[in-house]
Design a protein around this ligand. Structure first.
Ligand SMILES: *Cc1c(COP(=O)(O)O)cnc(C)c1O
Length: 366
C-alpha cells in the first residue's frame, strides 16, 4: 500500500495548481523544425544583458567557490543612496517574487484574508493559496484595480493587500491621488504591498513615488525588480523597501544566501549603467508605438499599457491563436489563467522581433 502524500501536504498546497512552465526555446525549435523563434512572452528586456553587469559578473567568477555576501552590503548601500532610505529598510531577494513570498509568509496565516484584484499578477494567488489563507478577489474596473472596492472589502480578518502598479498582465496603473486616498482608508494593521516591477517604464507625472510614503504609512511595503528594465531576469534580483521594523521581520525567515553572488554584482553594476537603462526605455517606447500602430491598423483593441508589454483582445479564444503563432516562430502569452481567455499579452521586443510578430498577426487576420 502506498501513502497518500497529497493528504500529507498543507491544505493550501493541496489545492494549489502547479505553474505551467513553457518548454525551452531550443526544444521548441527542434520539435517544430524551425529556427530563430522570437520570444515575446515573459516581459524580458529585449536588448540583452548590460555590458557593465556582464563585466561585473565575470569579475565575480573567481570567487564563486565562496558563499555570497548574506547581507548584500554593496547592493543595499547603492539602493539606500538611490532611494533615500536606510540600509535597514531594504530586503533583497532571489527576484522580487522571492520577496513577495517572504512577506506573505511573515504576516499571513490561514485564518487571514488577503485582497488583490481580478486579473492581478499570478504570484499573489499562489503565495496566498500556499499559506491556505482566504483569497478575496476584487472585480477589476476597466481592467485595472478598483481601489474603492478594495478598501471597502477590508474586514477585521484582512492582513494583506497586494497592488501591482503597474499591473501584469493588464499594463494598467493607479495614480498618486487614488493610491493616497486608498492608503488613508487602510487600517495600519493591514499590510499593503505595492509591487512596482515596471516602475522604471512609467513616465506619467501622476504615477506615485511611493518609497517616500513609507514614513507616513508604516504598513506600506514597496517591491521592485531587476528583471525587467534592468535586464537581469535570469540572474534573479529583486528587493523590498519598508520601515525598519517590517524589514527586520521579513529578514527573519529569509535564507541568508537568497541572492547569489552573480546577481548581487550584476545589480550593483547595472544601477550605474544609465546608458543601458535609457536604451531599454527608448527601445521599449518605439516598440510599443510599433505594436499599437499595427493593432490600430488591423482593428484590434488593446489595453493601454505603461509597461514593457501590451495585452490585446483577439475577439476569440486566444489559446489556439497562441499555438498558431508559435508554429510561425513567435511566442506570446495567452492569459486565460488571468480570466482573460480572449487576450494575448505581447512583450515589447526589438524592432525586427516586433515586425515578425506583426507579420504573423497580419497573416492570421486575413
Ligand atoms: C515580472 C514581475 C515581477 C518580477 O518578478 P521577479 O521575481 O523579480 O523576476 C513582479 N511583479 C510583477 C507584477 C511582474 O510582472
Amino acid at each position: 500500500m502506498s501513502c497518500d502524500f497529497i493528504a500529507l501536504a498543507n491544505k493550501g498546497v493541496q489545492e494549489l495548481h502547479p505553474y505551467q512552465p513553457g518548454k525551452p526555446i531550443s526544444e521548441l525549435e527542434r520539435e517544430l523544425g524551425i529556427t530563430n523563434i522570437v520570444k515575446l512572452a515573459s516581459n524580458e528586456n529585449p536588448i540583452g544583458l548590460s555590458g557593465k553587469a556582464k563585466a561585473a559578473m565575470e569579475k565575480e567568477f573567481a570567487d564563486l567557490a565562496r558563499y555570497p555576501d548574506a547581507n548584500g552590503y554593496y547592493l543595499k548601500a547603492k539602493l539606500s543612496e538611490r532611494l533615500g532610505v536606510g540600509i535597514n529598510q531594504i530586503t533583497l531577494g532571489n527576484g522580487s517574487n522571492d520577496v513577495l513570498e517572504l512577506i506573505a509568509r511573515v504576516f499571513v496565516a490561514p485564518e487571514h484574508e488577503v485582497i488583490y484584484s481580478q486579473h492581478a499578477f499570478v504570484v499573489y494567488p499562489i503565495v496566498t493559496q500556499a499559506i491556505g489563507a482566504k483569497k478575496v478577489i476584487i472585480p477589476a474596473k476597466d481592467w485595472g484595480h478598483d481601489l474603492e472596492a478594495t478598501a471597502a472589502a477590508i474586514t477585521p480578518n484582512t492582513r494583506m493587500i497586494f497592488i501591482a502598479n503597474p499591473n501584469n498582465p493588464t499594463g494598467t496603473w493607479v495614480n498618486k491621488t487614488d493610491l493616497k486616498a486608498f492608503m488613508d482608508k487602510v487600517p495600519q494593521d493591514v499590510i499593503v504591498v505595492v509591487d512596482e516591477a515596471y516602475y522604471e517604464y512609467v513616465e506619467d507625472a501622476d504615477y506615485p513615488q511611493t518609497v517616500p510614503w513609507i514614513k507616513e504609512y508604516p504598513n506600506l511595503i514597496v517591491t521592485r525588480t531587476f528583471s525587467k528594465a534592468y535586464g537581469l531576469a535570469g540572474a534573479r534580483a529583486g528587493y523590498a523597501v519598508a520601515n525598519e521594523e517590517i524589514t527586520g521581520l521579513i529578514n527573519r525567515p529569509r535564507q541568508p544566501f537568497n541572492m547569489n553572488s552573480l546577481a548581487l554584482a550584476a545589480a550593483v553594476a547595472v544601477l550605474d549603467d544609465h546608458e543601458y537603462l535609457q536604451k531599454a526605455l527608448d527601445v521599449n517606447k518605439s516598440g510599443m508605438q510599433q505594436l499599437i500602430s499595427a493593432f490600430d491598423e488591423l482593428g484590434y483593441d488593446y489595453i493601454p499599457s505603461v509597461t514593457n508589454f501590451i495585452t490585446v483582445d483577439m475577439k476569440q479564444a486566444a489559446g489556439p491563436l497562441y499555438q498558431q503563432m508559435l508554429e510561425q516562430g513567435v511566442i506570446v502569452r495567452p492569459v486565460g489563467n488571468y480570466e482573460m481567455p480572449n487576450h494575448l499579452r505581447i512583450s515589447i521586443g526589438l524592432e525586427e522581433e516586433n515586425a515578425k510578430f506583426i507579420r504573423v498577426l497580419r497573416e492570421m487576420t486575413k
